[in-house]
Design a protein around this ligand. Sequence first.
Ligand SMILES: NC(=O)C1=CN([C@@H]2O[C@H](COP(=O)(O)OP(=O)(O)OC[C@H]3O[C@@H](n4cnc5c(N)ncnc54)[C@H](OP(=O)(O)O)[C@@H]3O)[C@@H](O)[C@H]2O)C=CC1
Ligand SMILES: O=C(O)C1=N[C@H](C(=O)O)C[C@H](O)C1
Length: 264
Amino acid sequence: MKTHIAINGACGRMGQRLVALAAEDAALQVVAALDSPKHPRAGHDAGEVAGVPKNGVPITGEIPLSARIDCVIDFSIPAGTMAILKTCVDRKLPLVIATTGLEKEHRDQIAEAAHETAILLSPSMSLVVNVLFKLTKLTAEALAGKGFDVEIVERHHRFKKDSPSGTAVQFAKIVQDAMKQSEIVHGREGIVGERPSGEIGVHAVRAGDNVGEHTIIFSALGETMELVHKGYSRDSYARGALLAAKFLAGKPAGMYTMADVLGL
Ligand SMILES: NC(=O)C1=CN([C@@H]2O[C@H](COP(=O)(O)OP(=O)(O)OC[C@H]3O[C@@H](n4cnc5c(N)ncnc54)[C@H](OP(=O)(O)O)[C@@H]3O)[C@@H](O)[C@H]2O)C=CC1
Ligand SMILES: O=C(O)C1=N[C@H](C(=O)O)C[C@H](O)C1
């Protein structure tokens, strides 16, 4: 039986790849394609917008009431996430949230909504990045209290709106929890003095069309270890999100992550 999905942010870079890749998957059916209500492509065929054959699904501002939906996937902006969250709570629809740049108030609302419907939230849908989350935890726990400086460098395309990336924020949190490092420092400028221990430096590079790279540097006197992920195609995130939608369809209310999808 096919998993019927709705895509929020369907006209965006990620939304278009979801529409295109879902069309190649016999186990998936795109039944709704949403974007901001005033989007210039509103009413256009979602397949056509994505550069693949027409799929008969128009770009709309809301999920059509008649549509049977097994899971909604959101790659939009925080305001778009909050709007679709309300719809998913009202209609008890499972929701995969991939949008980044969410503030604490958004996260609190998402956690509240998870009492009503199944929600999978991850700043990266890449399977490899989610394995790297686990390796980073393992590394940070092993090196905690042993004199290691930790710096996180992320690189993304010039069009990215939020900074640092949601993935870098997640890496920083993992290190913070594991090493009890207290202060996250975003970039450095001027005569800031010698590096205090306990800082986690986070650096966001914005250049060209980079689809996403993250490096977590663990350095002590005399040696360095770097954990690196390099994305070469947005399809890695899109494929992970489609897998997550299949996983989440039919699940009971609650909060889920990609670790659940991967069985980590
Ligand atoms: N978790 C993950 O693996 C990944 C997460 N992301 C995140 O996904 C998000 C989208 O990325 P990307 O596709 O590159 O960005 P884009 O800007 O290309 O796409 C976002 C889309 O959302 C639309 N949008 C704006 N407002 C709303 C709204 N209220 N309701 C529905 N749709 C709306 C935008 O329309 P308009 O252009 O008119 O504003 C646009 O079409 C970002 O937060 C990004 O960081 C990206 C890649 C991987
Ligand atoms: O905006 C992007 O492109 C990406 N955003 C996500 C993030 O902020 O971590 C994930 C991925 O790195 C691509």
